[in-house]
Design a protein. Sequence first.
Length: 244
Amino acid sequence: MMKYKNHIQHYQNDADFHNYFENNPIEEHNIRRRYSCFFKWLLPLKNGILLEIGSGGGYAMQEIKKTRFDYVALDIPITNLKGIKSRSEKSIYAVSGDAYQLPFKDKNVNTIILSEVLEHFQDPAKALKEMHRILADDGVLLISVPYKETISYQICVHCNKPTPTHAHFHSFDENSLDPFLTDTNLSVDKKQKITNKLLSRISVFFKLNNLPFYLWQLIDRGLNLVIPKPSHIIFRLKKINQYT
């Protein structure tokens, strides 16, 4: 597997080429539905510190407005963090940091969101151990990843070496997260395939984007049973010591 010599510098450079605040309509639809599911799974939690690791375009902000969470956006590129702050309607905290060395005290974070990030880690287990360290004993870790993605390689514009397309190192299904959790003391207590590829296109074409989430979710689940083409899978994790 190709490895970064300096992943921090790589992602700082990447921010100069990719604008996380511009998305096509289908991707915007999928993002919004994933975050709706995240926050539904957080109930009854409505306050405390919510940390989004790899915050990108700050997509959690729309749902954050409905809660009393203190939102902490963590990313490597400062460019992204400035963009999030400029678009936020409420006061937020922006932190430039590395998921392998999170700048937070032990058990200090109530909720962590990791949306479309885990597949970028060369060492997911190391990052997950760090998240366990900072997560409160009753905290929740929410993860979304592409479902059964085919990993391909391209020539990197920065280093001129083969690099995974979209910088995705890992492909996930219902069970492939488990090996990375072996030594983390985290356990999956909920998972769901989401955003059927056909429904995403139909929703944009026929202007179904504003369907209530419960109705959209019912259609999405049904369609995934008939035409099993989910684009993503989401997980909810908690500390194992909650069950002992």
